[in-house]
Design a protein around this ligand. Sequence first.
Ligand SMILES: [Zn+2]
Length: 378
Amino acid sequence: MAITSELASLREFTTREHPVVSLYLDVNGARFPRKGDYETEYSFLVHDARRTAADTLHLSKDQEERLDLELQAIGEFLALEYRREGSKGLVIFSCRNEDLWEVMPLKIPVENRLLVDSKPRLAPLAETLSRHSRFCVLLASKEAARIFEAYAGELTEQTDLFDNILKRHTQGGWEQAKLQRRHEIQVHNHLKRAAEAALSFVQERSLERLAAGISSEELWPELDKVLHPYLKERLAGRFNLEISAGSKDILERVDVLDAEIRHQAEIRLLDSLGPELEAGKNYVGGPDDVLAVLNERRVELLIVENGFSVSGRMCNSCGTIAFSEETCPGCRLDMQPVADIVEEAREQALRQDAALLTVAAGHPAMKQAGGIAARLRY
Ligand SMILES: [Zn+2]
């Protein structure tokens, strides 16, 4: 997906000279029916971001002016150019003095945030995207089939696939079929072709999950017979839906499956976390230990309890982060205070190719972990 490669290239962007603004704006029409509604939200965010920048970033006069221009330019873009066109979230990364101006409309909601730093703050976007599975959606009736790719609220129908794969098969089997179960065999062959098309699509695109929609319940045993084991393993669920269903209905069904997958994965992870922390082999917990393994670039997954935030310190020379140490163990320089070291840890984890996960507050394992835990690569 295009947005994933944009994320990868943004990870490389950093500057010392100019403030980089990262805006996450909830533009969901259900919550903010009018354009003015989310513009007002933006002005609140600007107000808070200016105050936070003044308190914690120690910007020079020059940098403060640049920040003002940056925020003003985003405001003008929202007022004059931006159209929602069905998006629920909007992400903007901006540092125009360094030619950075990236606008990303999303079909999934984001939480309002405006962050100012020397680099684009990508962790919220990366985590939001990683929470969604890539789906192949197979819709089938007795006579027709449609295949889609669904990811993060976007749905793309694969019409080419049908022209190339499904229509290439001749209507073979007619002669035998004529004998008696002509219609059943025809349906069976049709579903078999549809399942084969879905299989090659899933493999070609490395899709993680299959969602199957059927027009009537009685088709399920038939489809079950022809689904390749590779697809059955990836089957997230099935639902009844007309073959002519519109994208809104299809996405609603996929959303339910997607949320369930996320929920189950989180439960499994949290249930195993307590014993894992006690075993002390694959996981570490608590700010001190987690920041230490991040500095060693050993983190595979960073887990943070929702709302958990602590201040800490960072070495501006080598980027080492710590919860309480005052001198960088590598450079012997003074570590500078950072208001929210958890967010900085998440950015560093992302740039080390670690996965990010925010979990609901209140699970005993996260309490045991002290709000933050990491699964180690080795
Ligand atoms: Zn250092």
